[in-house]
Design a protein around this ligand. Structure first.
Ligand code: FE2
Length: 380
């Protein structure tokens, strides 16, 4: 059933919400080398390191760097010993998202509601305390080995969580990166063939989310590439989780490739919002970020497909930025190449001008443009 964000907001106001969500608190990646990942995200992507936990703070099995930019908070965590769960996770999955943490007003109530609604509990509510105050956290299972952590901050005034030291100057933000990225737009999960609907149901039951299908294409396919995607969102539209599953194509789909190399379901990409995608992509490219290339043929169809936009088509073509339109406006987006060695987790950079979709129309246009170029080379 299709539901607009306006209807959802109205519904949330009419009924007491059993699972109020403030937004995404942070996303934690478990990686092979957290020190170098932190350096990459700060010096290349413009994040600032604000907190740290590791040997120096009394931890023996992991090191975590907390990185912020705009309202985006990422944590990168690496193992300090071979028997750390972080090492085990990395051995199986490579670098990937372990925790998608949600800010809630009452973590114990959120956990109780989630487990009653069928979520698998992984960590009972527990209170972490230090001089700066207390934070209550609780964990439930999501797709694959990914977890959702409820975080109740109350009036906690520390750098990140109790146990972390505030950091100033370890990885200072590179000057030109000021304000490139402003927030997390959405986080996409890849699940196995035939299990998308089950996970949509999980987000509906456990979080009271609703499916958004006001963007049209549910099946994004060409002759060669196919995937199925549905989007669930909370009532305020602050949290948007598209869920993909592979669909039968003539060749292995990008979702199949992810599932093979991640060795199971997991977070496929984190979409980071910017207010100036041309300047941001220009700067990130200059710093060495490798984006997916878009064939020139894609831009031939753009004026007819999306009509008038504020940005110069030449800028978009030069940088490889994609553009899509829905009933409510347009959006600009671009995807990085995988962040690590495996063809798994990547970032999307997105700038919205009214559009609330996810660029579904883009995929078909992009795949078809690639196929036109393939055909021109006699390889299709
Ligand atoms: Fe996306």
């Amino acid at each position: 059933m299709s539901t607009s964000l306006h209807e959802l907001t109205g519904a949330a106001e009419r009924h007491a919400d059993p699972m109020p969500l403030n937004g995404i608190d942070h996303i934690e990646l478990w990686v092979g080398n957290a020190a170098q990942s932190a350096y990459y995200f700060t010096h290349v992507f413009g994040f600032e390191e604000v907190a740290y936990a590791g040997l120096e703070t009394g931890l023996r099995e992991r090191a975590s760097h907390v990185l912020e930019q705009g309202r985006v908070r990422l944590v990168v965590t690496g193992a300090l010993s071979s028997d750390s769960p972080v090492a085990e996770h990395h051995r199986r999955h490579g670098d990937g998202v372990k925790v998608i943490a949600l800010s809630v007003p009452d973590a114990a109530a959120a956990y109780r509601h989630a487990v009653e609604a069928g979520a698998r509990g992984l960590g009972e509510p527990r209170t972490l305390s230090e001089d700066a105050g207390s934070v209550v956290v609780a964990d439930i299972a999501a797709y694959g080995d990914t977890i959702h952590r409820f975080v109740e901050r109350g009036d906690y005034a520390g750098a990140f969580l109790p146990g972390y030291d505030a950091v100033g100057g370890a990885h200072p933000r590179a000057h030109a990166g000021e304000g490139m990225l402003v927030g997390i737009d959405h986080v996409v999960g890849n699940v196995e063939l035939g299990r998308m609907q089950e996970w949509v149901g999980y987000y509906e039951r456990v979080f009271g989310m609703r499916e958004l299908i006001h963007f049209s294409d549910e099946a994004i396919s060409t002759e060669y590439s196919a995937l199925m995607s549905k989007v669930v969102a909370d009532g305020h539209g602050r949290i948007k989780f598209p869920i993909n599953e592979p669909a039968e194509g003539r060749r292995k789909s990008q979702i199949d490739e992810y599932l093979e190399f991640y060795e199971g379901p997991g977070a496929q990409h984190i979409a980071l919002a910017t207010r100036d995608i041309v300047a941001t992509v220009e700067e990130l490219t200059r710093r060495g970020v490798r984006f997916l290339r878009t064939p020139d043929a894609y831009y031939e169809e753009v004026p007819d497909r999306v009509g008038e936009i504020a940005e110069s088509l030449e800028d978009l073509r030069r940088l490889g930025i994609l553009v899509d339109r829905d009933d409510e406006g347009y959006l600009l987006q671009i995807f990085t190449k995988p962040l690590g060695d495996r063809p798994t987790i990547f970032f999307e950079i997105i700038e919205r001008h009214g559009a609330r979709g996810f660029g579904a129309g883009n995929f078909k246009a992009l795949f078809e443009a690639i196929e036109r170029e393939q055909a021109a080379r006699g390889n299709l």
